[in-house]
Write a new protein. Structure first.
Length: 66
């Protein structure tokens, strides 16, 4: 897996956007498709956001940590 900047999504087009593009040296084989997906409930999303806010208050930027 090769990690590169995607020039269409990063600083040039959207300043400050840290989006990265992951490329494979070999082609991937599609094994299936998710046809039915049930997302999180509003309560689950609220709880996850509250946890992220708590981490942010502690100085942890968990979405950008590598």
């Amino acid at each position: 897996m090769i990690k590169t900047n995607d020039s269409d999504l990063t600083d040039r087009k959207f300043p400050g956007n840290p989006t990265m593009l992951y490329r494979s040296a070999e082609p991937f084989r599609v094994l299936g498709e998710v046809a039915i997906w049930q997302g999180h409930t509003d309560e689950q999303i609220k709880t996850m956001k509250e946890h992220l806010d708590k981490l942010k208050e502690q100085g942890v930027n968990s979405l950008n940590d590598e």
